[in-house]
Design a protein around this ligand. Structure first.
Ligand code: NAP
Length: 455
């Protein structure tokens, strides 16, 4: 796929870009390498100033950057504005806390002095997806830069203007030239870059096939990686839950970002006693959502990011319905509009042998399941290959503890929706990936944990 801005609302190609040539890549890698040698010696206080400058720029110009996001991938403009503000937040969070997170840790041994020191690794390659085109990058870059590494970004091919804008932001914040560079390259060019000796580690957020390909290149070259892959998060509602609150949150949990979020609630698992009421409420709430031009502030649902995503979700819904699922609302692409519009959809009675039971639905489709009790709910929740997030709704402390203990997921939220937060680690288990971003764990992924022993 070529590198281009294609407006998902109109289908129009707005701008195309040539991928970097091998010699352009070499020049940029050489710059990153040269910059790292000096950058690693800068103080935490200096790096904090650069990150706070970055946050200032994001906050001042958040409308401009938000428009770029919505133009390239179609999320509602109000969500794009929130995304930019959250990027500023993560810069400030690490600017303030990195020195504490990475300070020397004394350990008592028979030596006169022994301790752990965290040191940067070098150039880190980030391969990022289009769905949160700023947030995914900043949640990686803020801790990585504060740890003294330098960053190279290979962004998704449909958000090149976001990718270039992010490089400009870091340069305008006065980070040394080469500390953060965007490489406009295609997916097949990633292997050669990751293999280059000057790249010390990498992270990929995206689909399972991309993760496998990236990981095998990293493995062949013995390089550390973090993988943030797909999910099919359960949203479990039990007897004692506040059903109205659960239904209101369910709409955001499923519809945020036009349904294209790795941690979206995708499978709604309901005990019998609450199923009918929750279903009724959810249908009503889905029917009131406004779909349309995502540049308008009153719009809740914009187009899907690409025609391929629209085709994929349509195919998954049709196959699930053919196998026996029932459509409660939506269920067909909006063919009267130009652009990649798919309406809010709810399916129930999902057959075990259908895509709805096992696959990730990366669009505005809620899948409803009914179970007898908590044990059955947990069994169903854990029955997929994914393990990213999970949300459980109950006011019974014993049930809360069982959910926390038994759900196979990187994070469990009780009576709330799964969301990322700079203060808390974020990541998955099973085929949703490994490693953590954010929190103290996030900044300790790309460092040398150096043991020091002095007699
Ligand atoms: P994708 O196709 O895997 O693309 C993600 C990135 O990987 C893009 O930059 C893409 O470049 C690149 N890429 C694709 N194939 C590659 C390969 N063989 N080698 C190296 N790089 C490659 O992902 P997507 O379909 O756009 O994104 C949706 C998926 O990402 C969903 O499964 C979603 O759940 C997951 N996701 C996970 C998280 C998380 O934090 N766990 C967050 C967001 C999304 P091109 O664009 O040039 O192909």
């Amino acid at each position: 796929m070529s590198i281009a801005t294609v407006n998902p609302t109109t289908g129009k190609i707005l701008k195309t870009f040539e991928p970097l040539t091998d010699s352009e890549i070499e020049t940029k890698l050489a710059l990153a390498d040269k910059t790292f040698k000096k950058y690693r010696k800068t103080t935490m206080a200096q790096r904090s100033r650069w990150l706070n400058n970055t946050a200032d720029i994001l906050e001042e110009d958040y409308c401009k950057f938000a428009k770029l996001i919505t133009l390239e991938m179609g999320k509602p403009i109000k969500e794009a504005m929130d995304e930019i503000k959250k990027c500023a937040l993560v810069c400030r969070f690490y600017a303030e806390n990195a020195s504490e997170f990475l300070k020397d840790i004394p350990v008592v041994t028979e030596a006169n002095r022994s301790f752990i020191r965290y040191q940067p690794l070098g150039i880190i390659l980030a391969v990022m997806p289009w769905n949160f085109p700023f947030w995914q990058v900043f949640r990686f870059a803020a801790p990585t830069l504060m740890a003294g590494n330098v960053c190279i970004l290979k962004h998704a091919s449909n958000v090149p203007q976001c990718a270039l804008a992010i490089e400009i932001i870091f340069n305008s914040a006065k980070l040394p030239e080469g500390a953060f560079q965007t490489f406009l390259i295609s997916a097949p060019q990633v292997e050669a870059v990751m293999t280059d000796k000057r790249i010390k580690a990498g992270t990929l957020t995206g689909s399972e096939p991309a993760g496998i390909s990236f990981l095998s290149t990293a493995g062949k070259n013995i390089k550390k990686t973090v993988l943030e892959l797909g999910g099919s998060d359960p949203f479990i509602i039990l007897d004692s839950a506040n059903i109205e609150a659960a239904a209101t949150t369910a709409v955001t949990a499923r519809m945020h970002n036009n349904g294209q979020s790795c941690i979206a609630a995708k499978r709604f698992i309901l005990v019998k006693s609450v199923a009918e009421r929750f279903e009724r409420l959810l249908v009503k709430k889905f029917q009131t959502l406004k779909m349309g031009d995502p540049m308008l502030e009153e719009i809740d649902i914009g187009p899907l990011a690409t025609p391929k995503i629209l085709q994929d979700i349509d195919k998954q819904v049709q196959e699930t319905v053919t196998k026996g699922a029932k459509i409660l609302v939506g269920g067909q692409p909006d063919r009267d509009r130009v652009g990649n519009f798919y309406p809010p959809t709810i399916l129930k009675n999902i057959p075990v042998d259908s895509p709805g039971y096992s696959d990730e639905f990366f669009g505005p489709v809620a899948l409803l399941f009914q179970v007898a009790d908590l044990d059955e709910a947990i069994e169903l929740a854990n029955s997929t290959t994914f393990g990213l997030g999970a949300s459980g709704w109950t006011n019974n402390p014993m049930e809360q503890e069982q959910l926390v203990e038994e759900l196979e997921a990187g994070c469990v939220f009780i009576n709330g929706l799964v969301k990322s937060d700079p203060r808390l680690p974020f990541g998955g288990i099973k085929r949703s990936g490994y490693g953590r971003e954010l929190g103290i764990q996030g900044i300790q992924e790309f460092v040398n944990v150096k043991t020091i022993w002095i007699k």
